[in-house]
Design a protein around this ligand. Structure first.
Ligand SMILES: C[S@@+](CC[C@H](N)C(=O)[O-])C[C@H]1O[C@@H](n2cnc3c(N)ncnc32)[C@H](O)[C@@H]1O
Length: 391
């Protein structure tokens, strides 16, 4: 074998779905996604760091019994769904192991292993065609997705992650869009499709018979098959009648159903049109104990009305880019008994959660929602209670 080729046994998967191998006679090797634990592979070393090597699998010499052919013809050139090489059940077991591993490293001293290792795990009803919102790269009027680990544009006719009405509309949407990256979305109610450059509203269902009409650029949970279960869980974690501050509220995905269940809700969201969509639904549905503010949670002045509202519970669903100074402010709300922290980036969130654990809060439970099947991404929910409170 040449100097840059190595025969490796993948020990486990780590953050971002990468493989980890510990050869006897070389430093640890981190392998690009697309391998499974237990597999023997031939890998090409792509980078040498001081303590570890980076590699890319060239050949799977001994496949894991859980490996299956990837069902999408665009894989592996397209980087969208590298976990598609195994069943959804195996993917979920892998995600649970990655979650435990990641949180053990960041929170291991503060949290009992039993909490980190046995989260509530909630699968997605749909494994494919679950995305009602996503990113499209347009090049010369044709729809593309970005290649794995590169900026190469992969022509894509029918992405298997997009819900069918959205997938079928990709060529038409791309024809009318300038070159570049665009958000595209569809309504699970009437299957209307739009790009973020358009201004007609898309109707989204919410639990309890509610609906919210959003502009195409507005954030909403892409996996609409699992979202109702996520919302129901959030609702069950908010004690009846508790006063809830819904931070990073979007178009009211959590706050509106909570208000409908009888909780007074104070929603804060930075995006004006998203908040306006929630406000319209609240007014139309007679939810007068729902109130909303457009504010940037990084700014000091956003916090005065939250303090005055005296929440018992905070539901916080920050963007992937992180939450800024939010933890510091939350620690200074005397009325607060519970924080429900929803996270699509466990490493960022672990840092935030850690700051609560060191200031008199405890992690009482943990959940993993498989919002992004076929990819390594996962949604974690941390339930934090003030020490000494019974939630
Ligand atoms: C992950 S989304 C969650 C939205 C909503 N909870 C849901 O489930 O649909 C994060 C939201 O935070 C908003 N946001 C991002 N940064 C913010 C900030 N600094 N202040 C207030 N809102 C912000 C975004 O506009 C987006 O709607």
């Amino acid at each position: 074998m040449s100097d840059s080729l190595m025969r490796l046994r993948v020990e486990k998967l780590i953050w971002r779905g990468r493989g980890l191998a510990r050869p006897a006679d070389a430093p640890v090797v981190i392998v690009e996604p697309g391998v499974l634990p237990g597999e023997e592979i031939q890998a090409r070393i792509t980078k040498r760091h001081k303590d570890y090597l980076r590699a890319k699998c060239e050949t799977v010499l001994e496949p894991a019994s859980e490996r299956r052919p990837h069902p999408c013809p665009a894989s592996p050139a397209c980087g969208g769904c590298r976990f598609g090489i195994t069943s959804q059940r195996t993917q979920l077991a892998l995600k649970q192991a990655i979650m435990a591993d990641t949180l053990r490293r960041h929170l291991g001293k503060e949290v009992p292993a039993s909490v980190l290792e046995s989260p509530q795990v909630v699968p997605s009803p749909k494994g494919w065609r679950y995305r009602w919102r996503g990113q499209l790269h347009v090049h010369q009027g044709q729809p593309h997705l970005l290649g794995q680990g590169s900026h190469a544009k992969v022509p894509i006719e029918r992405c298997l992650l997009f819900a069918r009405p959205l997938a079928e509309a990709l060529p038409r949407l791309a024809r009318d869009l300038p070159d570049g990256r665009h958000t595209v979305a569809a309504s699970p109610v009437d299957h209307a499709v739009a790009s973020a450059l358009e201004t007609h509203r898309l109707s989204l269902p919410l639990p309890g018979g509610l609906a919210v009409d959003v502009l195409p650029q507005t954030f909403f949970q892409a996996n609409q098959s699992l979202n109702p279960t996520l919302v129901e869980h959030i609702r069950s974690w908010c004690p009846a009648g508790s006063r809830v501050a819904d931070l990073y509220a979007g178009a009211g995905n959590f706050g509106l159903p909570l208000a409908q269940a009888g909780n007074p809700v104070f929603a804060v969201e930075g995006d004006g049109p998203a908040l306006q969509a929630a406000r319209t639904t609240a007014a139309r549905s007679g939810l007068d104990h729902w109130q909303g503010r457009q504010a940037d949670l990084r700014h000091e002045r956003a916090w005065k009305p939250i303090l005055e509202f005296q929440p018992d519970v905070v539901v916080a669903d920050p963007p992937r880019s992180g939450s800024g100074p939010v933890c510091r402010h939350l620690l200074h709300i005397p009325s607060l008994e519970r924080i429900i922290w929803i996270s699509c980036d466990l490493t960022n969130s672990a840092r935030d959660v850690r700051s609560f654990l060191t200031q008199g809060w405890q992690l009482t439970s943990l959940a993993l929602f498989d919002m992004f099947p076929q990819t390594w991404h996962m949604e974690g929910v941390f339930i934090l209670d003030r020490r000494g409170s019974n939630g």
